[in-house]
Design a protein around this ligand. Structure first.
Ligand code: FES
Length: 160
């Protein structure tokens, strides 16, 4: 098991203590940890498990079930490419492939400089503007492969 720093452990204990009386404390606790730490690795799950008296397997199940939780650190810009049916039939596979090719990573990975993560998403409810891509919450409609490079350059330039 990797060693978790004392101040991080202390903060996790504080988060758990502050939510212990809520009806669904685990989800709230994990959401706050995700927000503050950016990800929820196994060693953090182990602290939560001890503090909440919930098996690690159960916590792991929750973290891996919801796409807004992450086991690994994410990039500054999270590119979510919808691969739901409506987007898929309009070519979203080619779009995610292009992002991955230009950034030299695979879906789910983060660039070594920590700038970009590419995630494959299920339907994000924007089928009318398929294929849809989100970057840190900003939605790109009717995206085409030839716009991908320009979008990456804008973010690399810090324009967004
Ligand atoms: S399938 Fe992509 S937004 Fe619905």
């Amino acid at each position: 098991m990797a060693v978790i720093q004392e101040h991080a452990k202390k903060r996790i204990k504080e988060i758990v203590a502050s939510h212990k009386d809520e009806p669904t404390p685990l989800l709230v606790v994990l959401s706050q940890i995700q927000q503050e730490f950016g990800y929820i690795p196994l060693e953090v799950q182990e602290v939560v498990s001890e503090e909440m008296n919930i098996p690690v397997a159960e916590i792991y199940g929750v973290v891996t079930f919801y796409s807004f939780f992450s086991l690994k650190p994410k990039g500054k810009y999270i590119i979510g490419v919808c691969l739901g049916t409506a987007c898929y039939v309009k070519g979203s596979q080619n779009i995610i492939d292009k992002f991955c090719e230009l950034l030299k990573i695979r879906p789910g990975e983060t660039t070594p400089d920590g700038l970009f993560t590419v995630d494959a998403l299920r339907c994000i409810g924007a089928c009318a503007i398929a294929p849809a891509v989100t970057i840190n919450g900003k939605v790109y409609a009717n995206l085409t492969v030839d716009r991908v490079e320009k979008i990456i350059k804008e973010y690399e330039g810090g324009a967004n």
